[in-house]
Design a protein around this ligand. Structure first.
Ligand code: ADP
Ligand code: MG
Length: 372
């Protein structure tokens, strides 16, 4: 007994000595490589769902943003986690390589590697997190972990031309993606509070599930948006559930949509496709705006931003601009290419964390859900 315990202790001690030695080695390399630049060079790596992406920022200025969107899921009508993870493994090396090449930056020049730690699919996150750690270890570059959702919000601070208008703090961000629908009070890049969130489906999920009911390809959001342009948004009135506080619920809307379509004669969908899309889009947009308006009023905030994949929706963008004009808001809409998942936003969030002195260690593990 004693012998086993002693041997166990010795093995553990050796392991801990080894890991301490590794940490010292990395710290030394990081110190040796440390640069005192005003505009740090950040490599961002994003792999939370089905887009493999890498980007390089110099300060807030975007040097490259490479995205490999996985097509393998289209025929299944949704993301298959195992296939997503395998596709990330295939894509990650060429995508990171392309981002560095396009930026004209060598690994040794980087000040930090920012990676998405979560939330997302475990197998997908693992690829990006492990790859970031490997690069950090090999090149002695510090690691900075990023919350994917904060990345979406901080996409507003990416500069491409240099004359972009950024939201002033505090601002409210309507964060609407395939997996999340939230109203976030953003006091600073490192101080955010979720004041409302969906209690069931996300807005993007509502778009995608209803699109599936209509027989449209995945992801359905952009198809609904396109078809809605030729339809009457008041042709149908779908349920718009209102839950407490600033929270959202979209599952009732989805059911109401399903029942409307299911109870109709064959050919109904084809004959009313544009009207169905336009009416669904109106219901989602009105639901989103209703709580956002209340939150802005109650908190006295008039800087309003949108972020996430659904913020690409033309109906939502138009409604935000119109509401802004009516209520004296300053409205910030992200450029379309920063709405869906991308590593530029991860690098931007990483930049703020890096400048605040935050660092991650090789112990960092992916988290599928994050409290904030
Ligand atoms: P996640 O981070 O949750 O994977 P993304 O931020 O990548 O989500 O956004 C993907 C979601 O955005 C999908 O649900 C997609 O249907 C939706 N989406 C993208 N473009 C549009 C659009 N024009 N209109 C409505 N939804 C859209
Ligand atoms: Mg996203």
């Amino acid at each position: 007994m004693v012998k086993v315990a002693t041997r166990g202790k010795t093995a553990a001690a050796t392991r801990s000595q080894k890991s301490t030695a590794t940490e010292i080695f990395i710290t030394l390399r990081i110190v040796m490589n440390a640069k005192s630049t005003k505009n740090p060079l950040i490599l961002g790596i994003e792999s939370s769902c089905d887009d493999t992406s890498a980007a390089v920022l110099r300060g807030r200025r975007l040097l490259s943003n490479v995205i490999a969107s996985q097509q393998v899921h289209v025929k299944y009508g949704g993301v298959i986690p195992e296939l997503a993870s395998r596709a990330h493994q295939q894509n990650i090396v060429p995508v990171v390589d392309a981002a560095l090449r396009e930026a004209g930056i060598g690994m040794g020049e980087l000040d930090a590697i920012a990676f998405t730690r979560g939330p997302g699919l475990l197998g997908s996150l693992l690829v990006g997190v492990s790859f970031a750690k490997g690069l950090s270890l090999a090149h002695g570059v510090p690691l900075v972990e990023v919350n994917h959702l904060e990345g979406h919000i901080l996409s507003h601070f990416i500069e491409t031309s240099g004359d972009e208008d950024h939201p002033d703090f505090p601002f409210l961000c309507l964060l609407v993606s395939g997996g999340h629908s939230q109203i976030v009070l953003v006091r600073s890049p490192l101080d955010m509070e979720i004041i409302g969130t969906t209690i069931d489906d996300a807005a993007g999920e509502a778009f995608d599930k209803c699109a599936k009911i209509l027989g449209l390809p995945y992801p359905g959001g952009p198809h609904i948006d396109r078809l809605a342009q030729g339809g009457n948004s008041h042709a149908f009135d779908f349920a718009q559930p209102r839950v407490g506080g600033f929270d959202y619920s979209f599952s009732g809307l989805k059911t109401s949509f399903l029942y409307t379509v299911r109870d109709m004669s064959p050919g109904f969908v084809a004959d009313h496709l544009a009207d169905l899309c336009a009416s669904l889009q109106r219901a989602i947009v009105e639901t989103l705006l209703y709580k956002l308006i209340r939150a802005a009023k109650e908190l006295g905030v008039s800087e309003i931003a949108a972020a996430g994949g659904v913020s690409a929706n033309s109906g939502l963008r138009d409604a935000l601009v119109a509401e802004g004009a009516r209520r004296g808001w300053r409205v910030y809409l992200p450029p379309l290419r920063f709405t869906t998942d991308n590593a530029a936003m991860i690098a931007a969030a990483g930049l703020f964390a890096f400048e605040a002195g935050r660092r991650s260690t090789l112990d960092a593990v992916p988290v599928t859900r994050l409290a904030k």
